[in-house]
Design a protein around this ligand. Structure first.
Ligand code: EPZ
Length: 422
């Protein structure tokens, strides 16, 4: 297994290109199952999660051709010869559940393994299932699989989600594009990845209004066609790299970054004393030498709030802030696994329930660390940029799920970071 070695060496200087969003791409790829015409996604990120979704779609009979070094994905599913998403693939990646709505909508039947829990929480899929039932699906849960049928096709419905769910909104949105009549999704997720999916579906011929708000209205159509769609920029990769100069000092321009994707995060970053400005090419972040950042509290929330997917990375910044900060995690019940690892690097963190209290220290020290999820892994790399000495991050496969070429991107800004093949 590969590991990554980081030696803290002071301020960073340079630019980092931001890739297409993993979480947008993982929802866009299953949209191919809605149509027999080709779907081309440009600006796709080159990540192991994308390869897992590719394998899943191929197992269903779709064709997926990565072109131009993987940044373009040509997908086509003229005829599906298998309607079962197998446990062996689904267990690797929860986003696999997103094939359920499209398969059911197009062919009237689908069998998908239940994903099970994961490191950051129980993460049930009840909201996905209830939404599909509201659209007329008959569901049967047995042997760890959801067996779904809609013999007469899906029917539009008014669905009010009891809590905001990104994935359930995506599944219902895709399914509703081919349902008979009108579907209204209330308390829908407003994440930019949802808006990106709606744009793509519309380019395929779907009739959708209201994406980006909490009410999405879908008028079902008979069939969808093909489209070419550029994947929206990855706001979580963007926020992660914006934190690199905030932690290590220096100045970094994140190319392709857009303020509306990360406004709540930027407001918080500015509260810490870090400078952020919009440039013609993206967002530039600067932290002067010497001054420590101010301790700042954060509570995660669905978009447009502070993203849970940046909580671990922000904690890395707070570890060396001046003062005490409170980080409240409101989306997932077990998303502080980075805290004990950061503590091994000299951080002072206490976790009580859903809140971590971080008392900033002058300096962290490098240590061997490992993480059990993607964002926790990258938070340890960020912390290591400003730590004294060497940090060795193990279990890099978590990182590879969501960050492409992290060592090249940070290395180009002067960080001492290398991957050791194992
Ligand atoms: C998406 O997960 C992202 N994944 C996550 O990214 C992200 O952390 C999360 O949204 C929140 O922003 C993808 O887009 C592939 P949810 P998702 O349904 O859709 C509960 C990363 O690091 N819930 O919005 O699975 C759930 O347990 C990650 O890239 C139910 O109770 O998240 C959670 O507490 C990890 N029942 C809350 O809702 C359901 O049926 C929000 O989850 C569904 C969700």
């Amino acid at each position: 297994m590969d590991s990554i070695i980081v030696t803290g060496n002071g301020p960073l200087q340079g630019e980092i290109p931001i890739a297409g969003a993993k979480n947008a791409c993982l929802a866009l790829m299953p949209a191919t199952l809605l149509s027999d015409a080709p779907l081309t996604l440009t600006n796709a990120p080159r990540l192991s999660d994308i390869r897992t979704m590719t394998a899943l779609l191929e197992s269903l009979g779709a064709e997926v051709a990565p072109l131009q070094d993987g940044q373009v994905l040509a997908l086509s599913s003229h005829a599906l010869d298998n309607h079962t998403a197998d446990y062996e693939i689904v267990r690797k990646m929860r986003a696999s559940i997103l094939v359920l709505g499209p398969m059911l909508a197009r062919d009237g039947h689908a069998v998908v393994s239940l994903p099970g829990g994961c490191a950051i929480g129980a993460r049930p899929v009840d909201l996905h299932l209830r939404a599909l039932e509201a659209l007329g699906a008959e569901l049967d849960l047995r042997d760890g699989y959801v067996h779904a049928r809609a013999p007469g096709g899906l029917k539009g419905a008014v669905i009010e989600f009891p809590m905001v769910s990104v994935g359930a909104t995506e599944n219902a949105l895709m399914a509703a594009t081919l349902a008979r009549g009108t579907t209204v999704l209330k308390n829908a997720a407003r994440e930019p990845e949802i808006a990106d999916l709606a744009r793509c579906l519309r380019a395929m011929g779907a009739q959708i209004e209201g994406e980006g708000t909490d009410t999405i209205i879908i008028e079902g159509v008979q069939a969808l066609g093909g489209a070419t769609h550029p994947v929206v920029a990855d706001r979580i990769e963007l926020g992660t790299y914006m934190l690199a100069p905030a932690i290590a000092g220096g100045e970094v321009e994140c190319l392709g970054g857009r303020m509306e994707l990360v406004q709540a995060f930027v407001d918080t970053l500015r509260d810490t004393g870090v400078e952020v400005e919009e440039t013609p090419r993206g967002l530039r972040v600067r932290r002067g030498d010497g001054a420590r950042v101010r301790a700042t509290d954060v509570a995660t929330a669905p978009f447009p709030g502070f993203p849970t997917d940046l909580q671990a990375q922000f904690m890395a910044l707070m570890c060396t802030a001046d003062g005490v900060s409170h980080l409240e995690e409101r989306i997932f019940e077990n998303r502080f696994m980075h805290a004990p690892e950061l503590t091994r690097m000299g951080a002072r963190i206490e976790v009580h329930g859903g809140t971590a209290t971080v008392t900033g220290v002058e300096r962290l020290r490098g240590a061997p660390v490992m993480a059990t999820d993607l964002r926790a892994s990258v938070s340890l790399i960020l912390a290591a940029l400003a730590a004294e000495g060497e940090t060795v991050l193990n279990r890099v496969y978590h990182l590879d799920r969501g960050y492409e070429r992290v060592e090249e991107k940070l290395g180009a800004c002067g960080a001492r970071i290398e991957r050791v093949k194992g």
